[in-house]
Design a protein around this ligand. Structure first.
Ligand code: FAQ
Length: 317
């Protein structure tokens, strides 16, 4: 294909994006658009699946049967989110095996937040309130992303994340109205999860390698800093309602901007964690590797069943 024809296709593609048309799997798309989506959607899928680990760790230690049922449903939802997202990524011409291999080889990332441990029951509250809370702020915006299968998967995921956020906040409400020790445990969880939650939105816009192109292609609809600010503004109020203190001495309402100002984020910690040196990176990947290998027989059985059925229907035809 000549350069001229290709660039004409690119102009038409951008026109479709500007007109808010969704791009569908069989439509022409620039190779870089396809690769950007594979990168972002697969990292999103890996985050959902790796994100099951810190919470899964508390399934056998939930304080009541009721809490256990809720947590079990939530963790299963996260696995489901991973499946929708892997399937949506496969429409871009890549297999799930390739995506998982990239995770195991350390080529594909997953959200930095899941490299922090869940040390107490209050951490389960903080994860639901803050981590799912941050995820929803980002994903509501992604419901309008330009790639159809990604946008549609976000609609269902957001509905479920909203329940996740509320169950987490409700744990924090209960603990902060409990004994002195319970309230201290909730505050400690907030202290440890606040800054890593802010890092979930990625580097500041000026440092974000992919933002400019992704915003032009409407893969991203709002910038990292815009979404982070939205999350800060809503969470400060929620902490206030339950009498917990955001661990940031520089936090201040800025009447001119109509937003909260915050202190400096420790980007060296973020860089360390995404390079593989966070508190739980090795543990998370080792666990995923082990469980994936243990599940090989299920994948083999499904493939054998499918092959048998194909053979039977070919014979019958
Ligand atoms: N962690 O140029 P940008 C959830 C990387 S779902 C790790 O700004 P981009 C549900 C980035 O990949 C949470 N890496 O990148 C749940 C890039 O590296 P690369 C997941 C990060 O893509 C709750 C480099 O830094 N949500 O929590 C992070 O334009 C509870 C430069 O950054 C999504 O994935 C990070 N936080 O913007 C489950 C949402 N931030 O790839 C269980 C979809 C940045 O060049 C329990 N993703 N990096 O090697 C997005 O919206 C975007 O990809 C951003 C990053 C906003 C995360």
């Amino acid at each position: 294909m000549s350069e001229e024809v290709k660039s004409e296709q690119e102009v038409l593609f951008q026109k479709r994006i500007d007109a808010e048309e969704k791009i569908e799997p069989k439509d022409w798309m620039p190779e870089k658009y396809r690769q950007t989506l594979i990168r972002q959607m697969s990292q999103h899928a890996h985050s959902e699946v790796i994100g099951m680990q810190p919470e899964g760790n508390w399934l056998t230690r939930a304080p009541t049967l009721h809490r256990k049922c809720i947590l079990l449903a939530k963790v299963q939802d996260e696995g489901g989110h991973g499946l929708y997202l892997y399937s949506a990524a496969e429409t871009l011409g890549i297999s799930r095996d390739e995506l998982v291999k990239a995770l195991h080889d350390g080529v594909a990332k997953y959200a930095s937040i899941f490299n922090y441990p869940a040390l107490t029951w209050a951490d389960i509250g903080a994860i639901g309130w803050l981590v799912d809370g941050a995820a929803i702020v980002n994903q509501i915006s992604l419901q309008r992303t330009s790639y159809g299968p990604y946008a549609r998967s976000m609609v269902r995921i957001c509905k479920e994340e909203s329940f996740h956020q509320r169950q987490g906040y409700q744990i924090m409400v209960t603990l902060s109205q409990g004994s002195h020790e319970q309230k201290a445990m909730a505050q400690d969880a907030l202290d440890r999860f606040w800054w890593p939650s802010l890092m979930m939105f990625g580097p500041h816009d000026a440092e974000s390698a992919h933002s400019a192109q992704s915003m032009k292609w409407k893969i991203k609809r709002q910038s990292n800093d815009q979404l982070r600010q939205k999350f800060i503004d809503q969470s400060v109020k929620q902490a206030d309602v339950i009498g917990l203190k955001i661990p940031d001495p520089a936090l201040k309402w800025n009447a001119d901007r109509g937003h909260y100002d915050i202190g400096a984020i420790d980007w060296s910690e973020f860089a360390r964690v995404i390079k593989g040196d966070g508190p739980c990176n090795r543990q998370r990947l080792q666990h995923h590797n082990r469980v994936h290998a243990e599940g090989a027989w299920v994948r083999d059985a499904v493939a054998a069943y499918e092959a048998k059925h194909k053979q039977r229907s070919t014979r019958a035809a």
